[in-house]
Design a protein around this ligand. Structure first.
Ligand code: BDR
Ligand code: CA
Length: 314
């Protein structure tokens, strides 16, 4: 299995992704760092530890990362989307595992040495910790096999501004650093994740599972289906972070993912946080993007929810 370091802002869909990573035979989750986003980084760490305890995986280190973003303070997260505690206001049993004493940056750097050349980095929150890790240790990319990140948009509207998706829009400066570092980044944007949904029937399959982890995830998802009802016109959940996890596990059929230059708008105007993706080469067919290491996912075959349910209930 691929050793994976997860950086997250746990979060309802982060919780689903985490459950999947814990159960996927393709993944060896070796550490988790948390960042503010859906909730603050300390709460995200508590949520993560509590979920790990439900899964019986108290052995996985969880370290708290940045509370504030690179150039501005954390602003209180998204309680209307993820509940006041980040996990849909479900009260999780409290884990007795202590939070790792290291920062998320240090944990990532340490694990990059332990698993040098094989460690896969999966980010499903703002990229604050990862940019800080690159600043702390510019040799980090040499030891990371690949990066998969949920964030950004190609053509569709954003979700925290007309053009910005939350993970990028909350810390555009960090995203800009991460996307221009010397490593292969697969970007799983909002346009694609919005097309992959989990139904209330899928949620009930989780709730009816003998697995406590699956049942907990099913409970947490209730709040998310309420939130998405007006957008989809039915009780379904977007699979933002879970789709990125499935892609990191190599379990998705990606039908289109061109290697294209991706810039992040870090100005303070209305475009702030937008991922500016140069898709012209696709149209012209002859543009040479030599040296480009950002792969922008455009299309993934359906079936994600069924796969998630199968793995999480296993
Ligand atoms: C992303 O933002 C967060 O709210 C979700 O957990 C996901 O990572 C979607 O824009
Ligand atoms: Ca997230």
């Amino acid at each position: 299995p691929t050793p994976v370091f997860l950086d997250c802002d746990t979060g309802i869909d982060d919780s689903v992704a985490l459950a999947y990573l814990l159960r996927s035979p393709a993944i060896n989750l070796v550490g988790v760092g948390t960042v503010s986003g859906n909730t603050d980084s300390a709460q995200a760490a508590r949520n993560t530890l509590d979920l790990l305890a439900v899964a019986g995986r108290d052995d996985i280190p969880v370290a708290v990362g940045a509370h504030d973003f690179t150039s501005h303070p954390y602003d209180g997260g998204a309680p209307h989307v993820h509940g006041d505690n980040g996990v849909g206001d479900v009260v999780l049993p409290t884990s007795s595992q202590p939070i790792d004493e290291r920062t998320a940056v240090q944990l990532l750097i340490d694990l990059s040495h332990t698993y040098a050349g094989t460690l896969h980095l999966l980010t499903i929150g703002p990229l604050t910790n990862i940019a800080a890790a690159l600043a702390a240790d510019p040799t980090l990319p040499e030891r990371i096999a690949a990066v998969t990140t949920m964030g950004g948009t190609a053509l569709a509207a954003g979700n925290i501004s007309p053009v910005a998706e939350a993970n990028i829009g909350n810390d555009p400066e960090a995203a800009s650093v991460v996307f221009s570092a010397d490593w292969d980044v697969t970007i799983v944007p909002l346009d694609v994740t919005m097309e992959h949904t989990l139904s209330d029937a899928d949620r009930h399959a989780l709730l009816e599972s003998p697995s406590p982890l699956a049942r907990t995830v099913g409970e947490i998802l209730d709040h998310y289906l309420d939130f998405y009802l007006p957008q989809y016109g039915e009780r379904v959940s977007s699979l933002h972070d879970p789709l990125a996890a499935v892609i990191a596990a190599g379990a998705a059929t990606i039908t289109r993912a061109p290697l294209v230059p991706v810039q992040v708008d870090t100005t303070n105007g209305p475009g702030r946080g937008q991922t500016v993706v140069d898709l012209r080469g696709q149209r012209l067919g002859d543009r040479n993007h030599e040296g480009v290491r950002t792969r922008f996912v455009r299309d993934v075959k359906s079936g994600t929810a069924a796969h998630l349910v199968e793995v999480i209930t296993s």
